[in-house]
Design a protein around this ligand. Structure first.
Ligand code: UD1
Ligand code: CA
Length: 469
């Protein structure tokens, strides 16, 4: 973008959002893994805004903290201590706008489905017509109740906006409404905002009043939004749920266009990466910074949060994994639980009812059934039998279990950490290992079996007699 036409976005987000009935400020409610306001700021930046000023009020510390974390110094805030209307909110933001900003995008923080290309269209329109003071989107919603109506003259030119509460009966018949998305020349807005007055039903300073001023100052071109949903404002949790469905559908479609198979009931959050030929089955939830490699399969009902899955891995149904990595062609599940810092390397297997935490499973290692592997390091090709437990916690501290390459841990063994099992060593079934096992050794620690010949029938007779008495 050339320096002579810098654009700044002003995002209004000071309102309380009473209908959310929440302790959390409305614009911080998440959809598809990100707070509502994130999408609005993103759309503004994509549409060409060089910087963004967010007007904050209710819950401002939380909103400011989120914006700083997510966008750094690309986004600044202006505080509107008392909410005296949308025009007042813009007046609070104007001093934060740099002098060299020529165009201002005016947006609301509660419209997360904005289409950046529609915003960009407005920006381009105004940039190419220096005499125009303001351009805006309009919409024809199924039910216009509550929205500001677009007033036009006989020739069809916009003359102003009338708020629902201020409309006559005839004006309420107008189906074209104001979604609250405008691009204005900064110079025009700086002159127009001080002229608006709170002479309306709500005794507020209406931003919409600048539209009549712009109509007189050169005209207001409009663009009708393609889908009313794109400018839907979120006021309650029902609308939040609807908008989230739309976002999830958009995200899934984008992954499908890029070559992944995404079943209709999968839920992939914003920011998740899915490579071509991956398959995301029904009921899967992918969150955070999760990455799915090419050809990997994430099967029904799995929930992955911040997990890197490499090419060709197979995550079988109902696997839960968090902050972990799954190597190439590894097999996880069904019903596995990878807790944070599990590193499952290539070709390794983690089976049903196996829980891992802070544990590396080397290449080709296997833990196929019923095990707890916490704070461990399992060498390549090692085999962990069913029922094995890494006893990592003594009630005070966590300790590590190390298992050498190619070692075999028999079923139902307890490895009391800290402990080290050598390369190629063999732990017999049912052993409680309390001391290190050298390379290639066999560790066995269990009570010797005794068989009493003919004793079973005697025992049964005695038990039967005791029941009769
Ligand atoms: C506004 C428009 C209306 C439009 C509708 C679309 C005005 C006067 N009316 O009405 O024409 O159809 O949006 O949804 O602009 N806000 C502040 N500070 C304030 C007041 C509001 O930051 O003092 C923020 C709110 O947090 C919200 C946005 O501005 O994000 C819109 O405010 P809201 O009160 O919802 O405006 P509406 O009455 O819906
Ligand atoms: Ca509103």
């Amino acid at each position: 973008m050339s320096t002579e036409s810098r654009a700044t976005a002003i995002v209004l987000a000071a309102g309380q959002g009473t209908r959310m009935k929440s302790a959390l400020p409305k614009v911080l409610h998440p959809l598809a893994g990100r707070p509502m306001i994130h999408y609005v700021v993103d759309a503004a930046i994509q549409a060409g805004a060089d910087d963004v000023v967010v007007v904050v009020g209710h819950g401002r510390e939380l909103v400011e903290a989120y914006l700083a974390k997510a966008f750094g110094d690309r986004v600044r805030t202006a505080v509107q201590a008392e909410q005296r209307g949308t025009g007042h909110a813009v007046s609070v933001a104007l001093p934060q706008v740099r002098d060299d900003a020529d165009l201002l995008l005016l947006l609301c923080g509660d419209t997360p489905l904005l289409d950046a290309s529609e915003l960009k269209g407005l920006v381009t329109l105004l940039r190419d017509a220096p005499a125009l003071p303001l351009a805006m989107l309009t919409v024809k919603p199924a039910d216009p109740t509550g929205y500001g109506r677009i007033l036009r003259d006989a020739a069809g030119n916009v003359t102003g906006i009338r708020e629902h509460k201020d409309c006559s009966r005839e004006e309420r018949m107008i189906g074209e409404t104001n979604p609250g998305v405008y691009v204005a020349r900064a110079a025009f807005l700086r002159e127009a905002i001080p002229q608006i007055r709170p002479d309306n039903a709500q005794r507020e300073l209406y931003l919409t009043d600048v539209v009549a001023l712009a109509a007189k100052a050169g005209g207001v071109p409009t663009a009708l939004v393609k889908q009313p949903m794109n400018v839907a404002g979120i006021n309650d949790r029902a609308q939040l749920a609807e908008a989230e469905d739309v976002l999830h559908a958009r995200i899934a479609d984008a992954h499908r266009r890029a070559g992944a198979t995404i079943r209709t009931s999968a839920r992939i959050d914003a920011g998740v990466a899915v490579e071509p030929d991956a398959t995301i089955e029904h009921g899967v939830v992918l969150r955070g910074a999760t990455k799915i490699g090419p050809g990997a399969v994430i099967d029904v009902g799995s929930v992955l949060t911040d997990v890197a899955v490499a090419a060709g891995a197979n995550v079988k149904p109902y696997t839960i994994a968090t902050s972990s990595s799954i190597g190439e062609k590894a097999q996880i599940g069904p019903f596995s639980h990878l807790r944070p810092d599990s590193e499952i390397e290539a070709d390794a297997h983690v089976g049903n009812f196996v829980e891992t935490k802070k544990t590396r499973l080397g290449k080709g290692a296997k833990a196929n059934h019923l095990a707890y592997l916490g704070d461990g390091d399992v060498g390549p090709g090692a085999n962990i039998g069913a029922g094995t437990i890494f006893c990592n916690y003594d009630g005070f501290k966590k300790h590590r279990t190390e298992i050498g390459e190619g070692a075999f841990i028999g079923s139902d063994s307890q490895l009391v950490a800290p402990v080290r099992i050598g390369k190629g060593a063999y732990v017999a079934t049912g052993t409680t290992v309390t001391r290190d096992v050298p390379d290639d050794a066999l560790a066995i620690a269990r009570v010797k079996q005794e068989n009493k010949e003919g004793y079973a029938s005697k025992l049964k007779a005695r038990l039967k007699a005791s029941v009769k008495k």
